[in-house]
Write a protein that binds this ligand. Structure first.
Ligand code: AG3
Length: 278
């Protein structure tokens, strides 16, 4: 078979992935969902024709969206993930023994179900007794919970359709209020090549609410441009002041991307990215 999946990464750029077969597809209440078996990246979750994660490269994104905020905080116990129905972020969070509760709020139950069935190596953390899955609109959940979480992780889709509200100032205000007094949050904030205006706006908005705002980078080969940004808003802890010797002492994380040196260097930005947040 010689079948290809294409994602329009921008109006003028596509990524093509050769596929073995389509394992599952459905039209959920919110979006088109598919799990596809690819030759290069293994199984891949696709929502509305956009690549969300693949078995081969998911570790980069899921390790970086979780371990960076967790090590920035001194002693997190309660973590909330908004979106991320595949469960990859929850799996990483629960590698930390200090975490007593990890709540996943995903709007689309179809994503959780398909991931549990077809992507067990990504979703396995959802079976942990410390994990709680809530099928609800994250925007509403955050509005209704105040002063509750040490860390919030916004593991959203691209800023189109239902996810637009997850990149809005109004939402970040509610995130601020949902966090404890020393809380912090991280959002995935897209490509520094193709989403410049979004990154600028999000950074400015977060910076208007939180005393510390930091942007960091990781390389995810299946995302547009590869280079990917994450933006952190923090009430008290600054990752730049973290003593990375503490990170080296932690064992058992079994990460493939994240380590103490990466914690330090992911905040080192190339000139064109610095420019975006100046
Ligand atoms: N969240 C989606 C990141 C955006 C990918 N964008 C794209 N391929 N155009 C990832 C969910 C993984 N838990």
């Amino acid at each position: 078979m010689n079948t290809w999946f294409f994602e329009d990464q921008t109006k003028n750029l596509k990524i093509g992935v050769k596929i073995n077969n389509i394992l599952y597809s459905e039209k959920t209440k919110y979006q088109k969902l598919a799990v596809v078996d690819t030759l290069e990246f293994g199984r891949m979750l696709v929502l509305d024709d956009i690549i969300q994660t693949t078995v081969a490269d998911e570790f980069v994104y899921h390790e970086m969206i979780t371990h960076v905020p967790i090590f920035t905080h001194s002693s997190p116990e309660k973590v909330l993930v908004v979106g991320g129905g595949d469960g990859g972020a929850i799996r990483e969070i629960l590698k930390h023994p200090s975490i007593s509760k990890a709540v996943l709020v995903e709007i689309d139950e179809g994503v959780v179900k398909a991931s549990q069935k077809y992507l067990p190596e990504i979703s396995e953390g959802l079976n942990d007794p410390r994990a709680q899955v809530v099928i609800e609109d994250g925007i509403r959940y955050i509005k209704e919970h105040k002063n509750e979480f040490d860390i919030i992780i916004i593991d959203s889709t691209d800023p189109i359709g239902p996810a637009v509200g997850l990149f809005a100032l109004e939402f970040y205000k509610n995130v601020f209020n949902c966090l404890k007094d020393d809380g912090l949050f991280v959002a995935q904030t897209e490509s520094p090549f193709f989403n410049k205006d979004l990154i600028k706006k999000v950074f400015t908005d977060i910076n208007s609410l939180f005393s510390i705002t930091r942007l960091y980078l990781a390389n995810v080969p299946t995302y547009p441009g590869g280079l990917w940004t994450f933006t952190m808003g923090s009430k008290k802890y600054d990752p730049l002041n973290k003593d990375i010797k503490d990170i080296d002492k932690v064992t058992g994380l079994n990460t493939k991307y994240f380590n103490a040196d990466i914690f330090k260097t992911c905040f080192v930005l190339p000139e064109f990215v610095r420019e975006l947040i100046r």
